[in-house]
Design a binder for this molecule. Sequence first.
Ligand code: G3H
Ligand code: ZN
Length: 286
Amino acid sequence: PLVSTADLVAPARAAGRAVAAFNVITLEHAEAVAAGAERAGRPAVLQISENAVRFHGGDLSAVAAAASAVARASRAPLALHLDHVVTPELLHAAHAAGIDSVMVDASRLGYGDNVKATAEAVRWGHARGMWVEAELGRVGGKAGEPPLDAHTPGVRTDPAEAVAYVAETGVDALAVAVGSTHAMTERTATLDHALIAALRTAVPVPLVLHGSSGVPDAELRAAVRAGMTKVNVGTALNTAYTTALRSHLARHPAAVDPRPYLTGAREAMAETVARFLTVITGGPDR
Ligand code: G3H
Ligand code: ZN
């Protein structure tokens, strides 16, 4: 069934558990998240990112309708979320498309401008019953972004600044920069667990880990124990998809019908989803 992000995140936060969110680009991604969630016996969030909307020609409605239909048909509770919204137009489009959960990303701006843009988005969203996540610090690594140095001030999230940011913006959840980076294809990131714990103690709203594809299992488990409530995974699904696709086409160079290779690609993503869900949420029997 289709549920709301708030319905998944609030009880998880209260119980010291985490919710996993997976990026959706194609229909097969959404179907794979549903299959993986059913297999693991856990809920999940279907996340459409601003990049994916651009891939679909800039119109959110078709991909939102597809993801929502997949969620409604699934045996697993699945929420719908729009990730990395950088313009008010896309925020408004999310509401129009029936998506009530968004991440507003003004992290490229300085502190004051980030607060201003985010507070405005939160005011607009809350007036319409939306759940709004935002980012303080810089996770970085998204296509077209310059590489970040963790030692540059403002890159890692500062706990005292995070407390002020949440108070000034009114966000429902906070994406923090604690050592992960977007779009990693190797799982070699090391997280600052002391910083996560300090943020968890200081910040009154759930914390969100972005760029989790590059974070090893043990680091993910430790991050959840230290206080991460929402864990976002994207690239790992694409790695599984493309690896399966490449291997199928190498074995069947004359293949024309996409269904056999998309079946394999979708199944590889579903297995990846189930595996991450088990790590992030502690498995089906929790
Ligand atoms: O917003 C997307 C998520 O943070 C996923 O990042 O593709 O590096 O796993 P990832
Ligand atoms: Zn992200």
